[in-house]
Ligand binder design. Sequence first.
Ligand SMILES: Nc1ncnc2c1ncn2[C@@H]1O[C@H](COP(=O)(O)OP(=O)(O)OP(=O)(O)O)[C@@H](O)[C@H]1O
Ligand SMILES: [Mg+2]
Length: 328
Amino acid sequence: MYMNACEDTVLKVEDLKVAFHTEMGTAEVLHGLSYQLKKGKVLAVVGESGCGKTVHALSLLNLLPSGGKVTSGRIYFKDQNILALSAQELRKLRGARISMIFQDPMTSLNPIRSVGKQLTETILAHRSCSALRAQAMAIRLLKKVGIPQARERMKEYPFQFSGGQRQRIMIAMALCLHPDILIADEPTTALDVTIQAQILKLIKELQIQNQMSAVFITHNLSIVADVADEVLVLYGGHEVEKAPVQELFAHPLHPYTQGLLRSLVSVDQKQDKLPAIEGYPPAAGQSMSGCPFAPRCPKACAKCHESLPPIFIQDGHEVRCWLMEEKA
Ligand SMILES: Nc1ncnc2c1ncn2[C@@H]1O[C@H](COP(=O)(O)OP(=O)(O)OP(=O)(O)O)[C@@H](O)[C@H]1O
Ligand SMILES: [Mg+2]
């Protein structure tokens, strides 16, 4: 049993490594990720496409697609080692204790069952209450995620809803069981700004009312400011920076995070061209001895190309960058 976790740590990821076996060989895509999530807190995981956000989220619930494998590390939900659970124990945990909103909502809604049935069945599978009460809960949640005429629309099938509405139904599904942890993979990407704000408000509400914790995955750093307590920045399957949200925005220390923040769209900036980070992230499985960001880093020196920097920690602010060495 895991003994060192603080009592209010609900999720602990230790040195998580994930690899995919493909025809071209084995490619490691997560290279030893570690973090802790506390009760009632939101951790935002950000980074460019392909940096490992979804793969990390899927491994949390042992849901990696075929070919994908956790090759080392541990994942604890409270004192349960998730990777050592049986399929049945995992099923109990999923949904009820840890809920996930997937990046693609169509993969997780059943196209031939009405939305109302799917919601009430999910509630009934995990809670002992009457069907009528489960139905009332489902309607209430659909209203909360902004589906108009929720009662009437319970009879409809997923295809009768718009993409954004389906995403909101998925969010309602994930939240209906009052999970301890919500893992949300780009949950608001397909939604317009008003609905997006409404959903973020709902997640925030549940976080406060139910002491729900969340891992919130997004490439949109401007959302992070409203919803997260802490931010973890990934690059090429590595943690490059982690800090409390205000600290990260005020003092980004990694050149990659600094680049991400510079490229944020600001409404009053009125720029035609955003200052994007030049170059491309490393391809999966590309072997690299140095810092994965070195080829794109404006501040890289010889050492950065030669060896991977460790994580330097200062007042709870973690940075994987050789620039921190002299400051440490
Ligand atoms: N089924 C798979 N088979 C082989 N490689 C995969 C598979 N799924 C993901 N990968 C690889 O793992 C790496 C991480 O992918 P992941 O989907 O986690 O990225 P992401 O950060 O979620 O990106 P996005 O922002 O585009 O959703 C990528 O290099 C990707 O090519
Ligand atoms: Mg993804």
